[in-house]
Design a binder for this molecule. Structure first.
Ligand SMILES: Nc1ncnc2c1ncn2[C@@H]1O[C@H](COP(=O)(O)OP(=O)(O)OP(=O)(O)O)[C@@H](O)[C@H]1O
Length: 645
């Protein structure tokens, strides 16, 4: 998305008033009217931003040796003025320039935001809480608890600072100020306490302490606050206390850390508001040491298939944050995995380009990939419900691995699952499918298509249903591709029921051969006439053993693209010559048999050609396809129906 501050900004001498970008305004409205019941999270968001700013400053001082800033006491400070009812979260991190303030705070730069907001409007109440979660509540969450928010910030290395202020309605002001410490201070004028509405007294020391410990304990920077302490002699004194334990969670062993702590840490790194589905802790010793803490979220983000999806985990080197969204550490098909990798022996100056080629990084990625796969496998065998959630959320992305990760292809095929005619609700694994296969069945049958219902009602599946053969119903775009690259599973060939010649009877029963030959002879005249008649549309017209109730269906050649695949390519802007397919007829169907008889008697009478056209058109419709000339089709159909009255 192009991020641009509102063009209707009016400039006065010192204080500029800007309008929030439209989407930002809508998000703010959601915050101000606080449909999100857990308002406590605003503090987590502010501390999280402050901690990120400290990480960024430390990194920048490593990379830019000319940057003269004091990094000896990087920390977050919470300040409260109970009389004024203000709460300030201050950091001495990287800060923001004036342009950054306008860009980062006045707009929402995330992709998919507009779409999510549209959804929020549709599903007014129910969807809203979830929606805010998907945004990662962020800075704007301050407006859930404050009626006015100001921010003063000075970027490291710059002299002038910027002050930003807003009451959360349509506009905000920005002005340049001369004197301000480096870093950022966000000050909230707190709304009156309303405990019934989840709005607590956020100026109370007790509440702040509770929130920091609950949500931000693992932040690796000190979060400090001035607190009151009573001495033994009854006197009270004020002193600065660090409220968080600062323990890096990934450095601790799994049994020392509670699920709640992992969940909070996950929320910090992922900006998700829900608990993770799975926690994966990895510790590698030896020549190349690192620790990793990975999470599988419980919900797929809305933009999982968007090109600019934020993917990858955070990379630390010896506890120092180096980069966010480090894509080199997880393969693209696991792009939903979040977390932290902390390596011992990398340079802090590593760039993304170097990472892509680094041998150690490659080894790490391989190991982390295997860990994630084995976690999924474990889920599958130990906790089917969780596995089902995983699959429903991430299966479509995960299956890309069948194509892209040759090394783990077999494992991925083992833990992948698919919808099938065997069960209307539950998916099946290939192994379970194979175990259910009867003696007579040699292949694993599947069909790709746009949806389960389209496939299930397509004519291709009829004979399989009649014979009780299970068919996998593959409806994700990626299914169209991977099925061509996997020849077999457990020695059983994978076979599309909508492609190539298929003779289920012949496969089972060779004695039916003479009967088939006779039928072939009977229909030979009709078939060659129809093939010539439909020359523009189809490659060939032949008899089928796929059909039991429908008169006809279209099939692709064994190595040709399916119509869905063609559609996908066209949607991506690729020009494709139209593929001619084969029209298969059901010789047992009254319409087909009647056509044969009529053709034998009357030859190429004009009315018969129209019936053939209608037969072809209905085969296109039956598989959910589109007619080239729907108007002609409906006219012919109406004419023919009228004749029968
Ligand atoms: N204390 C801070 N110091 C420096 N920059 C900050 C600070 N707080 C916010 N920012 C900048 O403003 C941006 C927007 O913050 P905001 O909290 O709205 O979203 P976010 O942190 O990017 O992501 P999320 O919405 O997932 O929390 C941040 O990405 C950061 O660049």
């Amino acid at each position: 998305m192009v991020v641009r501050p509102s063009e209707r900004s009016s400039v006065s001498t010192q204080v500029e008033t800007h309008e929030f970008q439209a989407e930002a305004q809508q998000l703010l409205q959601l915050m101000v009217h606080s449909i999100y019941s857990n308002k406590d999270v605003f503090l987590r968001e502010l501390i999280s931003n402050a901690a990120d700013a400290l990480d960024k400053l430390r990194l920048e001082t490593f990379v830019d040796k000319d940057l003269q800033v004091d990094t000896s006491d990087l920390h977050v400070q919470i300040e409260v003025d109970r009389e004024q009812r203000t709460l300030t979260v201050r950091d001495n991190g990287i800060g923001m320039s004036r342009a950054e303030v306008v860009q980062l705070i006045g707009t929402i730069a995330k992709s998919g935001t507009a779409e999510l907001l549209a959804k929020a409007r549709e599903s007014q109440e129910s969807g809203s809480a979830e929606l805010i979660g998907q945004f990662g509540v962020g800075f704007y969450s301050s407006f859930m608890v404050a009626d006015r928010v100001s921010l003063v910030t000075r970027r490291a290395g710059e002299d002038e600072a910027t002050r930003w202020e807003s009451d959360g309605s349509g506009t905000y002001t920005v002005e340049t100020v001369q004197e301000a410490p480096q870093g950022t201070a966000v000050t909230l004028r707190l709304r009156p306490e309303e405990a019934d509405d989840g709005l607590f007294d956020y100026s109370s020391e007790h509440k702040i302490r509770e929130l920091v410990q609950r949500y931000s304990d693992f932040i690796t920077w000190p979060v400090r606050m001035e607190v009151e302490r009573s001495d033994d002699d009854g006197s009270t004194k004020r002193e600065i206390e660090t409220l968080n334990s600062m323990k890096a969670l990934w450095a601790r062993s799994r049994d020392e850390v509670s699920d709640e702590e992992y969940a909070q840490f996950y929320k910090h790194v992922s900006r998700d508001w829900r608990d993770p589905l799975e926690v994966i802790a990895v510790s590698a010793e030896g020549t190349f040491e690192y620790k990793a803490l990975l999470f599988i979220p419980s919900h797929a983000p809305g933009d999982l298939f968007a090109e600019d999806h934020r993917q990858g985990v955070q990379l630390y080197v010896k506890r120092v944050f180096v980069m966010d969204e480090c894509a080199a550490l997880v393969p693209p098909y696991l792009r939903f995995v979040k977390g932290v990798v902390d390596a011992q022996d990398l340079s802090l100056n590593v760039s993304r380009e170097i990472l892509q080629q680094d041998r150690q990084i490659t080894l790490m990625r391989r190991r982390l990939t295997k860990k994630v796969l084995s976690a999924v496998k474990h889920m599958m065998s130990e906790d089917h419900e969780r596995y089902a959630t995983f699959w429903a959320e991430f299966g479509a992305a995960f299956k890309e691995g069948i194509l892209s990760d040759a090394e783990n292809r077999d494992t991925i095929l083992e833990i992948a699952s698919f919808a099938s005619t065997h069960d209307a609700e539950r998916t099946t694994t290939l192994r379970q499918y194979v175990e259910r296969m009867g003696e007579a069945q040699r292949d694993i049958y599947f069909m790709t298509g746009a949806s389960r219902s389209i496939i299930e009602s397509s004519p291709h599946i009829e004979a399989f249903r009649a014979k009780g053969y299970e068919v996998l119903l593959l409806t994700d775009p990626v299914d169209e591709v991977w099925v061509d690259s996997v020849a077999e599973f457990d020695g059983k060939p994978l076979r599309s029921i909508a492609k190539g010649e298929l003779d289920l009877d012949a496969e089972e029963d060779e004695s039916a051969e003479p009967e088939r030959e006779q039928r072939q002879e009977e229909f030979a005249g009709l078939l060659s006439w129809m093939t010539a008649l439909l020359e523009e549309q189809v490659k060939e017209v032949r008899l089928s053993s796929r059909l039991t109730t429908s008169p006809a269906c279209l099939v692709s050649g064994a190595h040709e693209m399916t119509p869905t695949m063609e559609k996908l390519y066209r949607a991506m802007g690729q020009e494709l010559p139209p593929t001619k397919r084969v029209l298969e007829l059901n010789p047992a169907h009254a319409l087909v048999d009647g056509l044969r008889k009529a053709h034998d008697e009357r030859g190429d009478a004009a009315g018969l050609a129209e019936t053939v056209e209608l037969l072809h058109g209905s085969a296109v419709l039956a598989e959910g396809g589109e007619l080239t000339d729907p108007a002609r089709f409906t006219r012919l159909l109406a004419d023919h129906l009228a004749r029968d009255l």
